[in-house]
Design a protein around this ligand. Structure first.
Ligand code: URA
Length: 436
């Protein structure tokens, strides 16, 4: 079938044969399908969705475009987690060393910031010297030696996803359940894991804010994992407010270090412990979630998790002294505080706007090749529903210049309203757990 006919069939709601999909994507990988044709196809998928057979064929095409890392030399059940992304979601930096410190190998391949949401790789690179671009051989060797590696997607893993992702980013085709599910799961399946915990965000700071769409995304990813013989647990979690208080790369690392030492904000700590419990049970080192939760809390309290993070940082070329001295991390020269103008309650937050305000400060990328300022961002102690009095700090802005701080202040004032009546209840931290 010609490329134009195939696009037309999808556009008109037809179901493509898996035998049509594989050659189409292979031809695109070879350069025999134009970018504008693939863009049109992606838009057709955005509107029409994909049947299970079509989705499987897409996942296979993405997976087969690169290598699947063989981690059989690493003993134990390898368990990773992936978050669909949000504002202040820094769980991975605490979770990976925590779980590894309890004997479950964590092969974690992460992404950079995307749109309004931050990325684990950008946060890690705020640590002076930290390398995320390990080769596959280095990645495997570190997993054998340290039990955890925190890296960015290598060129060999799902390269077709990289190209499609860049195209989706500029053609308004990111927010599609089959496209997100295939993109995430192809990379996860290729990294060599045995089991996966998915943190699927919902609320206005998530890519798919509505609960029914987040649930469908979770079920779709679980289905892909099961089809490839992997155990997958999904947690639907709140992103109607930032997670923790810090938003911005080095600031988030500081908050993670506090959490690794047994402190940190209660929501970050609790969500990390819940995910750790799932990973420890999947990894076969804990009998049930309650025992796993207690073991993880103990590893935060007695310094095992922090020591493991120190080993990971040293292994990846970073300065491990930051764990004991967060003052070694980059710091922004300008600070401004947003205060409550009157008594009232913190209203519903515009979390996406907070994320974009952080990007505008330099914490994320405005274009694909813009560089990140690791030092800038926000510290937002305010949570929706909290009573506040006039003059009480709602947020602290860390900026490179006075002008950037002033701009951010205006954005945050709008995104963190103080209202006369208490707002409706926020989402529970963990909304739902799915395994099927
Ligand atoms: N993260 C990914 O890796 N892919 C998507 O499509 C969305 C989020």
């Amino acid at each position: 079938m010609s490329v134009a006919r195939l696009i037309q069939k999808k556009r008109d709601g037809g179901t493509l044969d898996p035998q049509e999909i594989a050659p189409f994507f292979n031809a695109y990988a070879r350069g025999d399908v134009a970018e504008y044709q693939m863009a049109a196809f992606l838009m057709a998928v955005y509107y029409r969705g994909m049947e299970p057979g079509e989705l499987n064929a897409l996942v296979e095409a993405l997976l087969r475009s690169g290598i699947t890392v063989d981690l059989s030399s690493v003993p134990g059940i390898k368990v990773d987690k992936h978050s669909t992304g949000g504002v202040g979601d820094k769980v991975s930096l605490v979770l990976a060393p925590l779980v590894a410190s309890l004997g479950v190998p964590v092969p974690m391949m992460s992404g950079r910031g995307l749109g309004h949401s931050g990325g684990t790789v950008d946060k890690l690179e705020a640590i002076p010297g930290f390398r995320t671009d390990l080769t596959v051989a280095e990645y495997r060797a570190q997993l054998e030696r340290v039990g955890c590696a925190l890296i960015s997607q290598t060129a060999e893993v799902a390269p077709l996803d990289r190209r499609l992702y860049a195209l989706r980013d500029v053609t308004a085709t990111v927010e599609s359940i089959p496209l997100i599910a295939s993109s995430i799961m192809s990379k996860k399946l290729a990294e060599g894991l045995d089991a996966l915990v998915l943190d699927v965000k919902l609320g206005n700071g998530a890519f798919l804010p509505e609960e029914h769409r987040a649930t469908e995304l979770a079920r779709t990813m679980i289905g892909i994992g099961r089809a490839h013989g992997k155990q997958v647990v999904a947690l639907l979690t709140a992103m109607d407010r930032p997670l923790g208080c810090a938003v911005g790369n080095a600031l988030e690392v500081v908050e993670c270090l506090a959490t690794l030492r047994g402190g940190g904000p209660s929501d970050l700590r609790e969500l990390t412990l819940v995910q750790a419990a799932e990973m420890l049970v999947l990894g076969g080192v804990a009998a049930d979630a309650a025992a796993a939760h207690a073991a993880a809390a103990a590893a935060l309290a007695d310094g095992r998790a922090a020591a493991c993070f120190q080993r990971i940082i040293a292994a990846q070329g970073g300065d491990p002294a930051v764990v004991d001295d967060p003052g070694l991390l980059p710091q922004a020269p300008v600070e401004r505080v947003l205060v409550a103008e009157h008594d009232g309650w913190v209203g519903d937050m515009d979390v996406r706007a907070i994320g974009f305000a952080a990007v505008a400060l330099g914490a994320g990328r405005r274009t694909l090749d813009s560089s990140i300022d690791p030092a800038v961002g926000f510290h937002i102690p305010a949570k929706p529903g909290a009573a506040v009095t006039t003059g009480e700090p709602l947020a602290r802005i860390h900026a490179r210049t006075e002008a950037a701080a002033a701009e951010a202040l205006v954005e945050l004032e709008r995104a963190i309203p103080v209202v006369a009546e208490p707002p409706g209840a926020s989402l529970p931290l963990v909304v739902r757990r799915l395994t099927e």
